[in-house]
Each structure stands twice: as C-alpha cells, then as structure tokens.
Design a binder for this molecule. Sequence first.
Ligand code: ADP
Length: 232
Amino acid sequence: MGETPSPAHGFPGRLLVFEGLDGSGKSTQASLLGKWLSAQGYRVFATEWNSSELVSSVIRRGKKKGLLTPTTFSLLHATDFADRFERRILPPLRAGYLVVCDRYAYTAFVRDAARGCDPDWVRTIYSFAPRPDLIFYFRVSVGTTLKRKLASRQKINYYEAGMDLGLADDVEESYEKFQTRLKREYERIATTDRFTLIDSSRSVEQIQAELRAHIRPILENFPTGAALTHDG
Ligand code: ADP
C-alpha cells in the first residue's frame, strides 16, 4: 500500500492542496474530487483549515479585544496549522492516503504578508510543512468572489474583509482592498511555488474535469484501498 514514496515529501501518501481566495470554489471542487477519487477505490482523507480547539479560543479572545498584532496573529495561526498538520495531515500521509487539503501553508503566507509580516520570516516559521505533490491555485477576480459571496448570502466577516487593518470604513470596500492584497501575494508566489493555475471563472464541471486531468499522473501506480474519510 502506497509503496512508492512521494518524491516531494517522502511519505507513501500524496498531498493535494487547494489554494485561492475565499469564494474561488476550493471547497466545492475539493469535495467533488474527493468523492470521485473515493468512488474509484482510492483511500482519501479530506481536511480543511478550521481553527483547532487548541488555539481557536485564544484567537477569538484576542480578536475580540483587538489584542493581536500581525506578529502574534501570525504565530497563533502557525500554531493552529502545526496542530492541524500533525494531527490531520501527517498521519494519513504516512498511512498512504490521498490527502485533499483545502488550504495549506500558502494561505498563511499570503494572509501574513497582506498584514505586513516579512514573507521570509513567515516561511521560516512554516518550514515544518513539506511541499505538496500538487498545489491547485484557484485563480479568480476579486469582483467574482464578491459576487458569489453576495449571491450565496454568506456574510462577509470582519477579518475576511481585513477591517482590522483600517483600509476602509465600508465592509465591502475593505473586503475588495484586502482580497486584492491577498490576490497580489498569491500571484507573486504562484511561479516560485509552482502552483498549478486553475481558471476558476469557468463552470464547476469544467474546473472539475481539469483537476481530474492534472491528478491522473499522480494516480498511476497509486494503490487503491478503503473508503472516504473526512476530519469534520
Ligand atoms: P471557497 O471554498 O473557495 O471559499 P466555495 O466552493 O465555498 O469557495 O464557493 C463559494 C460560492 O461560489 C458557493 O456559493 C459556490 O456554490 C459558488 N461556486 C463555486 N464554484 C463556482 C463556479 N465555478 N461558478 C459559480 N459559482 C461557484
């Protein structure tokens, strides 16, 4: 099972990462891909970046009282990610699963850079996180994500809009400005981090077909096994 270790990280499983702005369609596609892989008999483990219990209450309290600086914010998120990595990502990777990861360290790189942290410092903190086998970057305009968000009646939250940075008084305006910063940062690292670019302005079906085509080489000689698991 999972006999051939990944050239990227040396574990028998494979790490497939989904990155992009909020509303770019990551979770929609990750869920479809997970089901498709599972239906073919692959052992899949799906995980998303939700705050772990370990630090979520600290982050919540810090946010409420406005106590967090970009540096302390970044360190708490790194702790959160390390917890997720060691509990949720590493074990299935060791056990030979296809790990479908909705957001990875790249999310921290772009968020922290947009908040003014030094990108090299942030990278050092996350040096425990190995390189994935594939990083899908869901490229879409900020305007499209805003339209999708408003259409789905999801509320824009304070931090998603970067309201703490004082970019604008209006939530929508602040959201556009902050998401534009995040996008600029994603675009800046897309080449050096070898992102697989996915034009996410297209239909759900078109995008899913492209993802399946990209993942085929990884599946060659990859063993099948038991059912779909999810950490939620
Ligand atoms: P993310 O996980 O990147 O935040 P979601 O998958 O939750 O994005 O999608 C955000 C919203 O956009 C949802 O309401 C979803 O139904 C819708 N959506 C997802 N993909 C597309 C697409 N390709 N075209 C139009 N709407 C989409």
